[in-house]
Design a protein. Structure first.
Length: 279
C-alpha cells in the first residue's frame, strides 16, 4: 500500500514550512485559511507577519474587522479574513478560546466546511483522515482511479474507503506528503513519475507519461466577469486595496460601482459619513 512509502518520502523530502513546526491549533488554522487559493511562497511571509499582529484566538476575535482585512494584504480573496475572524469569535465565545477537535463541533463553527474540518483534524490534532485539497484529490485520483479520472469529482464513498486503509499514526505525514508530492512531482500538467515514491502502486503509471492531455481541475463555474473577461474578484480586490489606505468617496470608486453593493452585503465594506470604509 502507498501510505508507508509516502510517509517515508515526506520525512526525507517534505518542505520546511512554519505551520509544520507548531502544534498550536490557532497557528495551523490561520495557515489553512491562508493557503486556500493562495500559493505557499506568497503565504509564508504574510503568515508570519499576521501572527505577530494577532498571536491568538482572543487577539484576533477582539480586533476590529477592518484591521484584520488590512493585515490580509497580499493574500487576496479577502472574505477569508472575515471568515477567519468570525471563526475566532466563535472559538472564544463557545469554546473558551480552544479550538474543538471533534468534526461535528468544528463544522458548527463559522467558515469551517468539510475540507477545513478534515484538515484541522489531521494537522492540528493528528487524527486519522484525508484532507481533500486540490493536490490530494489529483494524486489519489490518479493513483487509485487511473489517468482519465476527473480530479474535480469528489467521490465520498471512495474517499471513505481510502481513509479506512490509512494507518492513524501515519495520517499527518501522509497528508503533508500528498500535498508536497502534488506540488512538486505529480503535477497537473506533466507528472514526473520517475521521481514518485509510489509509482509502482499507481493505476496511472506508466500510461500517464505518454498521454497528450490530462484531466485538470478547473476554476469554479459561474464566476462573474465583465465584457473584457476580467473576473469580479479582481475589481473587489482593487476596492479593498484602495480602502486599506483610507476612506474613499463614491466618485473615487466610480469605476467599481458594480461590485460595491456585493462587498457591502458580504460585510467587507460600509458607508461612514458618506464615504466607503472597511467594515
Amino acid at each position: 500500500m502507498i501510505w508507508k512509502p509516502l510517509s517515508a518520502w515526506y520525512r526525507t523530502n517534505g518542505r520546511d514550512l512554519p505551520w509544520r513546526r507548531t502544534d498550536d491549533p490557532y497557528r495551523i488554522a490561520v495557515s489553512e485559511f491562508m493557503l486556500q487559493q493562495t500559493q505557499v511562497d506568497r503565504v509564508v511571509p504574510l503568515y508570519l507577519s499576521f501572527l505577530k499582529k494577532f498571536p491568538s484566538w482572543k487577539s484576533l476575535a477582539a480586533a476590529p474587522q477592518s484591521e484584520v482585512v488590512r493585515a490580509w494584504k497580499g493574500l487576496g480573496y479577502n472574505m477569508r479574513a472575515v471568515r477567519l475572524k468570525k471563526l475566532a469569535e466563535g472559538v472564544v465565545r463557545d469554546f473558551d478560546g480552544k479550538l474543538p477537535s471533534g468534526e461535528e463541533a468544528l463544522l458548527r463553527l463559522h467558515g469551517v466546511g468539510p475540507y477545513t474540518a478534515r484538515a484541522l483534524r489531521v494537522f492540528a490534532f493528528r487524527q486519522k483522515a484525508l484532507a481533500p485539497d486540490t493536490n490530494l484529490r489529483r494524486v489519489l485520483t490518479r493513483v487509485f482511479k487511473g489517468p482519465k479520472a476527473d480530479p474535480k469529482a469528489f467521490d465520498e464513498r471512495a474517499w471513505t474507503r481510502w481513509e479506512a486503509t490509512l494507518p492513524g499514526k501515519l495520517s499527518y505525514d501522509v497528508n503533508q506528503g500528498l500535498m508536497d508530492l502534488g506540488a512538486a512531482v505529480c503535477k497537473a500538467g506533466r507528472p514526473r513519475c520517475f521521481e514518485c515514491p509510489i509509482s509502482r502502486w499507481c493505476a496511472s503509471y506508466p500510461r500517464i507519461m505518454t498521454m497528450k492531455s490530462l484531466p485538470r481541475q478547473k476554476a469554479a463555474r459561474g464566476e462573474r466577469v465583465d465584457a473584457s473577461g476580467v473576473p469580479n474578484r479582481i475589481y473587489r480586490g482593487r476596492v479593498i486595496e484602495a480602502l486599506r489606505k483610507g476612506p474613499a468617496t463614491e466618485r473615487a470608486l466610480a469605476g467599481y460601482a458594480h461590485v460595491l453593493s456585493g462587498l457591502e452585503k458580504d460585510g467587507l465594506i460600509r458607508k461612514a459619513r458618506g464615504r466607503w470604509v472597511l467594515a
